[in-house]
Design a binder for this molecule. Sequence first.
Ligand SMILES: Nc1ncnc2c1ncn2[C@@H]1O[C@H](COP(=O)(O)OP(=O)(O)OP(=O)(O)O)[C@@H](O)[C@H]1O
Ligand SMILES: [Mg+2]
Length: 212
Amino acid sequence: MIIAVAHTKGGVGKTTIALNLAIERARAGRDVWLIDADRQGTAQAAIAQRAADDLSPPLACSQFTTAATLRDQLRLQGPKFDDVVIDVGGRDGEALRAALVLADVVLTPFAPRTFDVWALEDIAALIKEAEAYRAEPIKAFAVINQADSRGGDNEAAAAAVVEPFKLISPGIGRRKSIADAAGGGRSAAEAVRRDPKSVAEIEALVSQVFSM
Ligand SMILES: Nc1ncnc2c1ncn2[C@@H]1O[C@H](COP(=O)(O)OP(=O)(O)OP(=O)(O)O)[C@@H](O)[C@H]1O
Ligand SMILES: [Mg+2]
């Protein structure tokens, strides 16, 4: 299964979530390929840190940032893996458009803030455009990331999710343990200071995304 973690918006948690999905699937015994499709190379750098710390399992990770390399490499190497997770760079770039054509599933993280909720319409429009180049519709999930620990903004954001997205619940809270772990190339479950709430949220996300 090919999963694109994608949004037109920067800083929403694409890399953090892509790392957690890829690592958790690898820990469950799947053969996983993480593709860093962002020029910033953050996912690649995190996996380099994972290797330096000799964490197990090691992860296959490559960086391809053009539509052509993404398409060719997925066709050539994708079938060798059980799961492919693509961390797609922000904005309306060619890698984002290619990923929306090539993936089976798109997962869009967003913060429970007004501008972030509005931006869901941008990525929904790109998904719609990509449909013209696909044999089957893409499965689209949205997940609140950096959810507030209190107040009504999470519920308001959840209610504003637009077609074709299906909302993943409960979402991911704003949690230092998740940010710290990802920076070291670790999933929430592998965090040096493991936080059970973070682990449970990531577990729920992984099972919902991969249950389809
Ligand atoms: N659930 C979370 N809890 C706390 N901090 C988080 C969480 N998710 C992401 N962050 C932090 O928010 C910032 C942005 O996250 P990340 O780099 O994953 O987003 P991105 O969408 O990949 O950004 P970019 O568009 O720059 O690639 C980082 O500093 C990250 O550590
Ligand atoms: Mg990123």
